[in-house]
Design a protein around this ligand. Structure first.
Ligand code: PLP
Length: 387
């Protein structure tokens, strides 16, 4: 065997419009501006929904914690890496999410794969929305549980699956609350009703809802629907609206204690650095204290909706995630390249990230966008789509 095997596979990806390339995206401070291929553009592809990654108060928090405790944590949480900032952050998260307890993980991907492995195994059942994030799918596979995927948002189908499962088996329903590539939402009330009726636990991934939806805390869709206490585990990330890095799980004292004892990604990985944890803490505090952040995000989202009413391929969504489905991967790549020329970073999202024949441009709005930039983006994209 030689590496030719892999070279051929890369060429195959190329011919299918699936090859991916890394390119440098240099942030230029506020307004979602960045430099790509030597060109200054506005980023409409990020998940920095509140613009917090560039906030001076988060940078200060990171700097101060780094000065005090150093750049690395030097060990896993259970050995020697559990610096004092973790307990403060986890206490804050539990209150933020209206739960008893919280546990910080190193990333959302890692949290999902390790939590699913910990909570379910051979003989147990997991029911998962077909459009759930890849990390949930990978966690379901790794767990060794029997796992079934129901058609996206098809809760009648979910119910018939649950009804066929032994009553006393351990069952989990797993769903994104906001779906990352489509920007639509799960019906959390129905999921909780079904879970209670069929004695199932629930794991809800709030990666794209935290800081965007909610009640007084703006902690996510579980809070918005008043189901924070009915959901067994809420997962969320610091890497999107919170402008930082890492993830967390919230739930009862029992479940969080169990995860700290069993989640392999928690046990066998070095704890997040002090600077990262301090910035995350500051972000949670700001989201709770400053409703103006969400207000700007929703004003920008509404502006985009008003301007783009007739855009071909645009799927309406109740979130700042706006997919423009063009189906063909090459076409999505061509449009993305043309938008970059015109000053906008809008990535093409292609299979296998999304289902076959649903390649799309995924536009995301942020509180940090200037209204002028949103107007120009819509005009430019509409003119490209017409030609
Ligand atoms: C981004 C994302 C993750 C992964 O989180 P990271 O912190 O980026 O690893 C998990 N679930 C969903 C729904 C996501 O969108």
């Amino acid at each position: 065997m030689d590496e030719q095997h892999y070279q051929q596979r890369l060429e195959q990806f190329e011919s299918e419009g699936r090859r991916r390339h890394l390119r440098a995206v240099e942030p230029l401070g506020g307004g979602m501006r960045c430099r790509v291929d030597g060109r200054e553009v506005v980023n409409f592809s990020g998940n920095d929904y509140l613009g917090l990654s560039q906030d001076e108060r988060l940078k200060d928090a990171a700097r101060q914690a780094t000065e005090r405790y150093g750049t690395g944590s030097g060990g896993s949480r259970l050995i020697s890496g559990n610096h004092p900032l973790f307990a403060a952050l986890e206490k804050k998260l539990a209150a933020f999410k209206h739960t008893e307890a919280a546990l910080v993980f190193n990333s959302g991907y890692q949290a999902n794969i390790s939590v699913l492995q910990a909570i379910a195994g051979a003989g147990d059942y997991i029911f998962s929305d077909r459009l759930n994030h890849a990390s949930l799918l990978d966690g379901c596979r790794l767990s060794g549980a029997k796992f079934r995927r129901y058609k996206h948002l098809d809760y009648a189908r979910l119910e018939s699956m649950l009804a066929k499962t032994p009553r006393d088996a351990v069952k989990w329903i797993v769903s994104d609350s906001v779906f990352s590539m489509d920007g639509d939402c799960a019906d959390l009330d129905v999921i909780c009703d079904l879970a209670e009726r069929y004695h199932a636990f629930t794991l809800i991934d709030e990666a794209h809802a935290t800081g965007i939806f909610g009640g007084t805390n703006r902690s996510g869709l579980c809070e918005a629907h008043g189901v924070s206490q009915r959901v067994t585990l809420q997962m969320g990330t610091f890497s999107k609206a919170l402008g930082g890095f890492g993830a967390y799980i919230t739930g009862s004292e029992t479940m969080i204690d169990y995860l700290a004892n069993t989640a392999r990604g928690f046990i066998y990985s070095t704890a997040l650095p002090p600077g990262v944890v301090a910035a995350n803490h500051k972000a949670v505090a700001l989201v709770q204290a400053e409703p103006a952040l969400q207000k700007r995000l929703w004003e920008n989202t509404r502006l985009f909706d008003e301007l783009s009413g007739n855009m071909a391929g645009l799927t309406a969504s109740p979130t700042p995630i706006k997919p423009v489905i063009v189906k063909d991967s090459d076409k999505a790549l061509r449009l993305s390249a043309a938008l970059l020329e015109a000053g906008f970073l809008v990535q093409a999202i292609r299979p296998p990230t999304v289902p076959e024949n649903t390649a799309r441009l995924r536009i995301t709005l942020s509180a940090a966008h200037q209204p002028e930039d949103i107007k120009t983006l819509v005009q430019t994209l509409e003119s490209f789509l017409k030609n």
